[in-house]
Design a protein around this ligand. Structure first.
Ligand SMILES: Cc1ncc(COP(=O)(O)O)c(C=O)c1O
Length: 413
């Protein structure tokens, strides 16, 4: 969305000098387009939305309304899905660190739990013995070498005895069913072809290792690129695949293996792909100064608001200028937009070339993934998340956090 300075100033007067803008319609469009890219090639494809990427309840509710699964990795996220009315059978429980009570709640409710390690097996055995009439539905997270420097730490090494042991042990529990295989990799260059290779490998495992089961699903996890502006694309040393390219390559593997369409459900767990371009972060410029050779513009926000992963990339930034052409409108060759914390390295954008002055707003794109969920309560409470409708009316998706929110869990004398 494009905004005038007056638009942003009006929002700022009500909600403070930094805020996120969430585009709910864009999220729905991303969801629809991503799913269509797969379903047009292999109809039995479905999305399990990765809650951790951005568990803003309004987004999770949209997923629920559009028929997707909830992909959760903790009791906290599982509880959120239930609170939002997601039926247990539509929740997929992944993750390396699960707790016994959460696994019990999920399995008894009818969710699929994808095992990451053998410690979970002990609970499943005990639970299955306690509830002999209940059928427990589990998947196994698979790990194999792909062309990355280091092996992933998640799941079972499919070339190891551990993998055979877990399959054998699950088959030995009379009321337990292996209903699917799961994996999640950051594939090299996140390329469509690299994910197609992973899909082929997973289908091979299904065929060779799980011939005795009729698998309901093969879940390939997430990791897919979002849509992004050209200036961000150009910061990657390789091309950014489109949703269509992912669908053609990955679902194409399934369509070729199951030409009559009767194969297992192909589950994708996108997070970034659905969310990244749905949020912008807006911050007012408080001051611009020069120190020696360096020029710095202080923003009312920090790197933790837009890239708490501390990515070195400059996210797309637009300057919305107060009073264009004013005497203060100096053109900088390189000005660093620095953050509100006291960390020396807190920089939202390095070496911006252009006009920038106090009272301007800077608007960052592509901040919808791993931001509000990952931002620490460091020095200042978090900014609000707002959503604007077509008429410009503002809905508060998350209010500005307060000092009380930050300190509520601490003991005071
Ligand atoms: C198991 C699993 N599924 C899905 C995702 C979502 O990944 P992304 O947001 O990169 O699409 C992750 C992210 O770490 C994950 O661990």
């Amino acid at each position: 969305m494009n905004f005038s300075w007056a638009d942003l100033q009006a929002i700022s007067e009500n909600y403070g000098d930094s805020f996120y803008l969430l585009d709910l319609a864009k999220f729905q469009a991303n969801y629809h387009d991503f799913l269509a890219a797969f379903q047009t090639v292999y109809a039995n494809s479905q999305i399990a939305y990765s809650y951790k990427t951005n568990y803003t309840p309004r987004l999770c509710q949209l997923v629920q309304g559009m028929g997707g699964y909830a992909e959760v990795v903790s009791g906290m996220e599982y509880g959120l899905a239930l609170r939002l009315g997601v039926p247990a059978e539509r929740i997929i429980f992944n993750g390396p660190y699960k707790q016994a009570a959460d696994v019990e709640r999920a399995l008894l409710g009818g969710s699929v739990v994808n095992l990451d390690a053998a410690y979970e097996l002990v609970w499943i055995k005990a639970l299955a013995a306690r509830f002999p009439q209940h059928i427990f539905r589990v998947g196994v997270r698979c790990n194999f070498a792909i062309a990355t420097q280091q092996r992933s730490r998640f799941g079972f090494d499919v070339d190891s005895d551990d993998f055979q042991r877990v399959l054998h042990a699950l088959r030995g529990i009379h009321n337990c069913r292996i209903v699917g295989l799961h994996c999640h990799f950051l594939a090299p260059k996140r390329s469509a072809e690299a994910y197609a290779d992973i899909a082929r490998r997973m289908l091979g495992l299904a065929l060779n290792e799980c011939a005795s089961e009729t698998l309901e699903f093969i879940d390939l996890g997430g990791g897919f690129f979002s849509r992004m502006r050209l200036d961000l694309q150009q910061q990657f040393p390789y091309p950014i695949p489109t949703f269509t390219a992912y669908g053609q390559a990955i679902a194409g593997v399934f369509a070729a293996a199951f030409p009559s369409g009767n194969g297992p459900e192909l589950i994708l767990e996108p997070g970034i792909a659905l969310t990244a371009d749905t949020m912008q972060f807006v911050a007012k410029i408080i001051d611009v100064k020069s120190i020696g050779e360096r020029h710095v513009a202080l923003a009312a926000g920090s790197q933790y608001d837009i890239k708490p992963t501390l990515s070195p990339r400059n996210l797309p930034m637009t300057v919305v200028s107060a009073a264009i052409g004013s005497a203060l409108d100096r053109q900088w060759q390189a000005v660093d937009v620095v953050g509100s914390t006291c960390m020396e390295g807190d920089c939202l954008y390095s070496a911006y070339a252009g006009a920038l002055k106090a009272d301007d707003y800077v608007v960052f794109d592509n901040v919808g993934a791993y931001t509000n969920v990952l931002r620490p309560p460091f020095i200042n409470p978090a900014s609000p998340i707002l959503s604007l409708d077509a008429s410009g009316a503002c809905e508060v998706i998350r209010r500005r956090e307060t000092a009380e929110d930050v300190f509520v869990s601490y003991a005071f004398d």
